[in-house]
Write a protein that binds this ligand. Structure first.
Ligand code: SF4
Length: 239
């Protein structure tokens, strides 16, 4: 029996959805999310991980409809040619969506540079788009053995650490970033983490120390100097 118009329409909608980036929100101008560039930030909808400290709860639901149509994002970018240098894909988790590669192509075709913020949960997808990125902020959350408890997803650590390796092998500019407070893992593990990622080739590490947990108080000057000593560029952000 041939499909009914309703079934055909539903199938067409699904094809459209998988071809079009779902956007949870947009920041029209940032000076800090893409170093050295004036950029817009596109917050991609959906993330399969459930980190306890996530500040983007509204963006986690992968089934939520797009708050901003991708065509509207492109129309906005059209008005910013010559004013903005680039576009940052953030989230949620941008690499969750198959439509990300097409969205990057759309943005590059309009003359913008592209940055990606990712937790590295899909190493193969990341490897496929790395050649089309100008900058990456890779969120490395923890030592491998701490990951699953933090993200509440088995196997998440292997994926993130593999993404780190793939990014470093690519030579794409960027930073590795870690959010930390003493309730996540202890300072000795933080030092070990810094040593490990430096040994793998990370040169720029951003440590986002959460306040309110007493974390910044427990990181003294000596800790900070020791952590920074592993990298040619080190940023301490207090969240
Ligand atoms: S990976 Fe990022 S967006 Fe996803 S739950 Fe964790 S902190 Fe939130």
């Amino acid at each position: 029996m041939p499909p009914t118009p309703d079934v055909r329409a539903a199938a067409a909608r699904r094809r459209h959805d998988s071809a079009t980036l779902r956007v949870g929100g947009m920041t029209p101008l940032t000076t800090i999310d893409f170093p050295g560039r004036l950029a817009a930030v596109v917050f991609c909808q959906g993330c399969p991980w459930r980190c306890g400290y996530c500040h983007n709860q509204d963006l986690l639901d992968a089934g939520a409809p797009s708050a901003v149509a991708w065509t509207d994002v492109l129309a906005f970018l059209q008005t910013r040619q010559g004013l903005l240098d680039g576009v940052v894909f953030s989230g949620g988790e941008p690499t969750l969506q198959a439509a990300l590669a097409g969205a990057i192509a759309d943005v590059r075709a309009r003359g913008f540079e592209v940055a990606l913020h990712t937790a590295g949960m899909y190493p193969d997808r990341l490897a496929a788009i790395l050649p089309r990125l100008d900058w990456i902020g890779l969120d490395l959350k923890a030592p491998l053995h701490r990951y699953d408890a933090m993200t509440r997803v088995p196997g998440s650590g292997e994926r993130a650490w593999e993404s780190l390796r793939r990014w470093l092998a690519s030579g794409v500019a960027g930073e590795c970033r870690t959010t930390w407070h003493a309730g996540l893992f202890d300072i000795a593990e933080l030092h070990a983490l810094a040593q490990r990622i430096a040994a793998l080739g990370v040169t720029h590490w951003a440590l986002q120390a959460c306040r309110g947990s007493g974390a910044s108080a427990s990181l003294d000057r000596r800790d900070i100097d020791r952590l920074a000593s592993h990298f040619s560029s080190f940023t301490l952000r207090k969240a």
